[in-house]
Design a protein. Sequence first.
Length: 290
Amino acid sequence: MAVTVQECLELQLLEVEMLLSMFPKKGEINLDEDAVPGMQRYLRNTDGALPPQLEYSIAIDVGEAKVKVELQVLLPHMYPRVAPQLFARSNALQRQQQLQLNTGLASHISSLDSGELCIYEAVQWVKENSLPYLENSKISSESASKEVVVKGTLHRMWIYSHHIYRQELRRKIFDCAKKLNLTGFCLTGKPGVICVEGLRENCEEFWRAIRYPNWKHISCKHVENLETEGSIDNLRLFRAFEDLQFQAHGDYGLRNDYHMDLGQFLEFLQQHQSGHIFQILFGVEGKLSD
């Protein structure tokens, strides 16, 4: 007999409740406070829309030094009938080692019996298999530190969306930018524009995180790479990740379908040495009225 979405969500709830009992300390599991109640409400009344996909992270101590490796978890509605989306990351891992760790994790998960709950199995695998990658990352870092000149590259991404309205999505954008030490801004409304700047791997992880699983009408319009022999912070155009709130015009009805004042946005870009980006984003040259 075919497994239903409701049955899968019930299993997801059982699994996350088990994990919360196994990792009771503050900060071990990072889970949106409404995630479980929202799923429980849906299961009590399945006539409504499906709840958001269950998303959380687990902080794992690795080795005697208890290096933190974070396992990010995103569960499709049909998990465990379909595979979860898993990503392990750590500030102690360089990009290559992090890629290798996640390749090994994906291979291990794919070898398990399909249809079975597997997040705790993933946690155990990360705990038992991350140390070699951490040690290789440390060796690579020590070798790099012997270089006479240390160069850094600031990566800046300009992202365009047809619109950005939902509070849940905006919260994810700001939380992700903060966690990855990215500066820039998010312009809410229609159109929606996001700029992030920081380390390349952090910008790419941000892009991967916000566009997954199915954000339509979003594209990265332009990428800038700026190299320096000093700190990349000296190349940043923004001191923080800003929430742009310009005067809007349009229909404030139920759809909240309002257009942002692009004249104010152009002025903002020019104040941050980015006036040329206006034409890249919108296909027309930006001009301010006298």
